[in-house]
Design a protein around this ligand. Structure first.
Ligand code: CS2
Length: 494
């Protein structure tokens, strides 16, 4: 039922919020931008922006407000919503029948680079900006899976080299902006990647330097001296915003928000403390600073993100549409647990302060959170970028140690079956992946060899006999017996 009296979110309502909604009590006019963030989606708004809001709220550190940036054409809706709402939005945390809502005020401005890239370049060159944070997605770093190097043939990269004033990737924006910053003598800056990549800081550094080496070699030395790239691990399950979330906010909180965000209550951020030009005191609001993030990143990506992928593709083929349904399905639970326990856990090093059994148990509980309605299709997006980071490295390590790979390989087989873009009932599967055209065309021919020959995605995996054999068997089973029977058979194996 639509609530026609709901109040549109804007600064004007902060003085008089509905009783069950919290909002900034600090003076938003007094906050100063110190961070520029590229990629303001659901995740950034449920995670980093919340940590900063907490800091402003309870510790009065007001110099680290965020200048948000969108660079993709599809960010137009976010741009429209945030401009109309004074960059405010509602964050709802949901679990069971409990929900809490809060208006987040840490985002001060939003620049839509897709329409005006120059404004973004200038902000990158502003001495007030001391940190640039990124959520560019796993595919946004455009590197070749086999070599690990920046893929100079990537269409976006090609565009940014030829057309520097209208970039399409983070690299084009960063290279132009940092060049201005260098010329303006605007000082050092930290670039903090918040994407799910192991060694995300190293990846950002390597790819950006490779891009600049081609575009503007003069900048390379400056970056090496003046930019630091800490690694970090980020975590909070944040479904895509749909009309259902808008309606939830309307009917429960009497707010009209064009782009609310709903997330689970859990959040975690572990960051390497190597900020070259200062940082907010985020340790006061629960961020963990450490010298070595690697064990945390590996644990999170190989357990949480990998299990998500395993649920997404196979679950979708089995007819499920939400992650909680899959995480609660009795036929899936033992499969997911075996994947984590037998195939991934032996690869995880000691993680300081973490009990892995408890961590895995908490993952299963988080996946099963039915209030946030995380979409299987969200998880299935961009498989060409996710599997090489979440799943393949564990398979490679298990192959080296002659360990089990069956459950992980079933995830790969399910992805390949999913890419055929028709489900077992003959219904169209919507494939969202920058490489969709190329992948779907080959997946439909069922020529596995041709698919595995795409080394930019599969690296050398296609040359491993044992992997190819297991993958071939599982794919055949998906084709002949179907997803459910294949899951049953794999689950029954020791
Ligand atoms: C998910 C992540 O996109 C995915 O495949 O696994 O978005 C996941 O929800 C987050 O990394 C949780 O922190």
């Amino acid at each position: 039922m639509t609530n026609t009296t709901a109040t549109p979110v804007s600064s004007a309502i902060l003085k008089d919020l509905p009783k069950n909604v919290q909002g900034p009590t600090y003076d938003r006019a007094a906050i100063k931008e110190g961070i520029l963030h590229i990629g303001v989606g659901g995740f950034h708004r449920s995670h980093q922006a919340l940590y900063l809001d907490d800091l402003f709220q309870s510790h009065g550190e007001l110099d680290w407000a965020i200048c948000g940036v969108g660079i993709m054409p599809q960010d137009a809706a976010m741009n429209k919503a945030l401009q109309a709402q004074d960059c405010l939005y509602t964050l709802v945390e949901r679990i069971g029948n409990k929900s809490t809502a809060r208006i987040i005020g840490s985002l001060k401005t939003y620049l839509f680079g897709f329409e005006n890239a120059e404004l973004v370049f200038q902000r990158i060159a502003d001495p007030a900006i001391k940190i640039i944070t990124l959520t560019a997605t796993e595919g946004g770093y455009c590197f070749h899976q086999g070599s690990g190097e920046l893929d100079l043939d990537n269409k976006g990269i090609q565009n940014d080299l030829k057309n520097p004033k209208n970039p399409q990737t983070i690299f084009g924006y960063l290279a132009e902006g940092l060049e201005l910053r260098r010329k303006a003598n605007a000082g050092k800056v930290t670039i903090l990647s918040c994407d799910n990549l192991q060694g995300n800081g190293h990846v950002a550094e390597r790819t950006l330097l490779a891009f600049c080496q081609v575009k503007n070699p003069d900048l390379v030395g400056w970056i090496k001296e003046n930019v630091s790239f800490p690694n970090c691990m980020v975590d909070r399950i944040t479904p895509a915003t749909t009309d259902a979330e808008r309606e939830f906010v309307r009917s429960n909180y009497n707010l009209e928000d064009a782009f609310p965000v709903v997330a689970e209550p859990f959040k975690q951020w572990v960051v390497e403390d190597s900020f070259i030009n200062g940082r907010p005191a985020l340790e006061k609001v629960g961020v963990q600073f450490t010298k070595d993030v690697a064990p945390y990143e590996k644990m999170k990506i190989r357990l949480l993100n990998a299990t998500h992928s395993a649920m997404g593709y196979l679950g979708y083929l089995c007819g499920y549409r939400y992650i909680y349904e899959i995480a609660q399905a009795p036929e899936f639970i033992p499969y997911l647990k075996a994947l984590m326990d037998n195939e991934v856990t032996p690869l995880i090093d000691n993680v300081p302060g973490v009990n892995l059994a408890e961590y895995k148990q908490s993952l299963m509980e988080r996946f099963a959170n039915e209030s946030i309605k995380d979409q299987a299709l969200r998880i299935c997006m961009d498989g060409s970028a996710k599997l090489p980071k979440f799943i393949f490295p564990s398979i490679v390590e298990q192959l080296e140690r002659k360990g089990p790979i069956r459950k992980l390989t079933l995830c790969v087989a399910s992805w390949i079956r999913f890419l055929e873009a028709k489900d077992e009932q003959g219904n169209e599967i919507p494939i969202q992946d920058p490489m969709a055209d190329r992948l779907v065309a080959v997946a439909k021919t069922r020529d596995l060899k041709a698919l595995l020959a795409m080394t930019d995605i599969f690296g050398d995996l296609g040359q491993n006999e044992r992997f190819v054999k297991e993958l071939t068997e599982l794919l055949a089973s998906l084709h002949e017996k179907g997803a459910r029977a294949t899951l049953d058979a794999v689950r029954a194996e020791a």
